[in-house]
Design a binder for this molecule. Structure first.
Ligand code: NAP
Length: 494
């Protein structure tokens, strides 16, 4: 979202980044590589330091070795890459300490402020830690005075989801974090919003006149937003079993995508106005009830020639867990544009394919001139695919070349890999750059979070208090049959 001019202007101001949980997967696989990518594109200030902080005891060099394993030469191929890596690693340090250790934070503070007495550095704190630690870290940071800056410097905090586990716990987190960081300093990350195709949603909708008159209940029959993985919990059993797929994927990633697909045009391309529109549309969605939702849990199955355990057999999962690994829900938006249009969202682990996409299905052509030739032809569909391959396709009906009139469905297809001869940045590159530039458009504002939890909290509580058993589905399948039945109730074939 950001234009890159402000970084150039700010480049005289030094920057210190503290990564809490630096020994973890997310830091090593996503955050450091993204920062390196920005460094290679000269999008970091001239003077910067990145200090990893975690409990694991590591020397600076041992930590740099860990970072280096995940850096890539995408932006600086060839011999120069090694040189850039060494320059980047020289700016990376490591401090070991507890998350509530004042002594540890003082060491961190000393490491962050080494640009000379006259140079107040900007400070970015990245919480790449389990969420139950957020408040401890923020409070200890506050006691040690880490986040306080002189008027000519900023400090900002990035939080990784999940932000609470229901409306009440999310409010508690928001209220208490606000005692240390204002809302303007807080960047709640949903990395799906940094993905190229998702960022393209607004461009597609608002920079192409053709979509404007048809983007409504008159022309759109339904919208499906799907997220699927063909893997299980993969070493994240403890985390996943506590949250489940509705909290891990649906309440955040899928609702955010839905909001971008359904919102009104913001009056300006500005964080405030974009987020106002997203909140408005989320506020128009009634809370889900048990009738609107299906949950599933994968059982043992065969996939790509291999046998996979069921969820309950995975290491670290309690034997009677009812945590859903699959969820499907039908949402309605009560406004003039969308009244009566079902938005179906579904997410699952252990499915046949890894796929995230939005399918916007248009209505049938009324009194179709080509009936009965068109009997088997499905209506138009716009498919916006996020993964595995970024792609936008529009399904149209065409005449099959020949002497008689036969109709067929065909694709107008934009595949990112072949259409754009450019490096597609990782979502974290884009989002980290936005944080540095102070652009909050792609981050979740507190009221957006409230609205999203209001949609899911009642049904999550009902599912849990009634101990509703998820329907089993074999690993490698398309999910539980009840999801097909739910979709069929709304005239949708999944
Ligand atoms: N990985 C992803 O793709 C992903 C995606 C979305 C959101 N997230 C969120 O981002 C956070 C970081 O992800 P991650 O995969 O790097 O997580 P992680 O490896 O579980 O945790 C990161 C670091 O936090 C510390 N830590 C972990 N559990 C702790 C505990 N019980 N008590 C105290 N410290 C603990 C560990 O460092 P030390 O032991 O060295 O202190 C660990 O290296 C996650 O908590 C999750 O909420 C991750």
């Amino acid at each position: 979202m950001a234009s890159h001019s402000s970084i150039a202007e700010a480049s005289n101001q030094p920057l210190s980044i503290a990564v809490f949980g630096a020994s973890g997967d997310l830091a090593l696989k996503k955050i450091y590589p993204a920062l390196f990518a920005l460094f290679c594109q000269q999008l970091l200030p001239a003077h910067f330091k990145i200090i990893g902080y975690a409990r694991t005891e590591l020397s600076h060099d041992a930590f740099r070795d860990r970072i280096m394993r995940h850096l890539t030469c995408r932006y600086v191929p060839g011999e120069k890459c090694e040189e850039r890596m060494q320059a980047f690693l020289a700016a990376c340090e490591y401090v070991s300490g507890g998350y509530d250790s004042i002594e540890g934070y003082r060491k961190l503070d000393a490491a962050m402020k080494c640009f000379g007495p006259d140079q107040a550095e900007n400070r970015l704190f990245y919480m790449s830690i389990p969420p139950f630690l957020f408040l401890d870290v923020a409070n200890t940071m506050h006691t040690a005075g880490l986040e306080s800056r002189p008027p000519n410097a900023w400090s900002r905090v990035v939080l990784e989801k999940p932000f609470g586990s229901d409306r009440a716990s999310s409010d508690f987190l928001t209220e208490n974090m606000a005692k240390v960081f204002t809302e303007d300093q807080t960047y709640r990350i949903d990395h799906y919003l940094g993905k190229e195709v998702i960022q393209n949603l607004m461009v597609l909708r608002f920079a192409n006149l053709i979509f404007d008159p048809i983007w409504n209940r008159s022309c759109i029959h339904h919208v499906c937003i799907s997220w699927g993985e063909d893997i299980g919990v993969e070493g994240r059993a403890g985390y996943f079993d506590q949250y489940g797929i509705l909290r891990d994927v649906m309440q955040n990633h899928l609702l955010q995508i839905m909001a971008l697909a359904a919102m009104e045009e913001p009056i300006r391309l500005d964080a405030k106005y974009i987020r106002d529109e997203k909140v408005k549309v989320l506020r128009g969605v009634p809370a889900l009830t048990l009738n609107d939702v299906v949950i599933g849990q994968y059982t043992a199955g065969e996939h790509n020639g291999a046998h996979h355990k069921g969820y309950l057999e995975e290491e670290g999962i309690p034997p009677h867990s009812i945590t859903p690994t699959y969820g499907a829900a039908v949402l309605k938006i009560h406004n003039r544009r969308w009244d009566g249009v079902p938005f179906l969202i579904r997410a699952g682990k252990g499915l046949r394919d890894r796929r995230t996409e939005i399918r916007i299905r248009f209505r049938e052509v009324p009194a179709n001139l080509f009936t009965p030739n068109s009997a088997d032809i499905a209506p138009n569909e716009l498919v916006i695919r996020v993964q595995p391959d970024a792609e936008i396709s529009f399904q149209i009906t065409t005449k099959v070349p020949g002497l008689n009139i036969a109709l067929a469905k065909n694709d107008l297809n934009l595949q990112y890999a072949s259409a754009f001869q450019t490096i597609i940045p990782d979502a974290y590159e884009c989002l980290l750059l936005d944080v540095l530039e102070g652009d909050r458009s792609l981050f979740i504002r507190a009221d957006e979070l409230e609205a999203a939890w209001d949609i899911f909290t009642p049904v999550l509580h009902d599912l849990e208090s009634c101990t509703i058993q998820p329907q089993g589905y074999p690993f490698g399948s398309t999910g539980p049959q009840a999801a097909q039945a739910l979709a069929a109730l709304h005239g949708v074939e999944w």
